[in-house]
Design a protein around this ligand. Sequence first.
Ligand code: ADP
Ligand code: MG
Length: 242
Amino acid sequence: MSGAALIRVEGLSKDYVTAAGAFPALRGVDLEIREGEFVAIMGPSGSGKSTFMNLLGCLDSPTRGRYWLGDRDVAGLPNEELARVRNRHLGFVFQGFNLLQRASVVDNVALPLVYAGVPRAERQARARVLLERVGLERYADSLPSRISGGQQQRVAIARALVNRPRVVLADEPTGNLDSHTTEEVMSLFSELNREEGITLVLVTHEPDVAEYAKRVIRFHDGVVVEDRQQQLRTAQRAGAVA
Ligand code: ADP
Ligand code: MG
């Protein structure tokens, strides 16, 4: 099911400059993520998960090491180029949803297409297709404050997908959600991965959330200490054969 290497990093390292000197938050990470994978990144607080995700997301540049996204070496790109790569190839889902509260649900979903220069009619049409995909088309013209937290996160997932990214990166996407809503959001992620082959990399410290992923990578003190494939949950296997 998994295809070519989509993400490849070698010796990826990040030092933060602090008053006390350089702090090595990431210390030489080597790994490959292939198309169609669903990866959970785990590890204790401070282990470098967000630092790693910021590098994968081209939100920051490594101090040392290499990063290929597809066949492109993106580690040394200047900021404007990184922004282009981000807009064209990456989708993001954040813990706090990050929706514009004064814009309608459909306009929130369409936002990445504004930056991509897509004409308005097409933006609206594509956003509505995605809203239907996440089961929220009836709220298209509502404001985000009218819907629940779980629904807002599904809007954010639709927004992350609207530009047809090569990979969706999610840092603690269920961190603000109760357990029922967490299940709703994780079922959607797992369906998108299983049925549409969307590549997902998701940070979580909750074992229940990591169970939805097919592969778990664990960080500790800025290095990978575990990288394993895992069986899908019973419910997902049942879903896959139904
Ligand atoms: P995690 O997401 O696993 O909790 P982070 O990647 O946020 O870990 O942080 C890894 C380490 O780097 C932590 O010790 C954190 O305090 C430090 N760190 C993160 N961001 C910065 C920064 N901008 N400046 C200095 N230190 C940072
Ligand atoms: Mg973090």
